[in-house]
Design a protein around this ligand. Sequence first.
Ligand code: GRF
Length: 198
Amino acid sequence: NLLEDLISMNKKPIGVFISGRGSNLESIINACKDENFPAKVVCVFSDNANAAGLQFASKNNIDTHTLDLNNFESKGHYEEEILKLLKPYNIELICLAGYMKIITDKLINSFPNRIINIHPSLLPKFKGLNTHQRALDAQEVESGCSVHYVNSKVDDGKIIMQTSVAIEKTDNADTLSKKVLKAEHELYPASIIKLLRK
Ligand code: GRF
């Protein structure tokens, strides 16, 4: 079975949660193709059935699951269903990659210190949305991205790794987001290596 195969290859099963484009998901899936990478994405979950990233996962023969929060009585019930979906995969780590729902204690307590997120700023600066415009408005000379543990507050939790990116006078939110995204695509796989390679 898949789990035994992964163990023999020294790869840990991980899950990725997305809501949209999925470029970070892509970078993680591509990193996993290296036999020395310590993980393999075994399932992708999305709260949005139209998330573009789901197609990339399917093309790579990775199971995808979607659940619409609107069909559930509460976030608690929603997350209970997510936990049921994840159970058979024996996931070591959940990587949030552009997942736009706040995670509650139900999920967090089921995966203690095993849920991580990527955020496009040098946390603790610029939690939340529109990070690039806010960094420019604050006249920062650098920005970047952070991978951090997830707790029940938005973009909070201990930082695992960060990459900084210089802000040039000519940068706007669009050019800055592209530079940071490029850094994100290296930082997320690097952080997974840091956490899983023992
Ligand atoms: C990334 O900038 C990530 O840092 C943020 O949401 C964006 C997701 O992009 N949390 P993608 O879906 O991975 O392309």
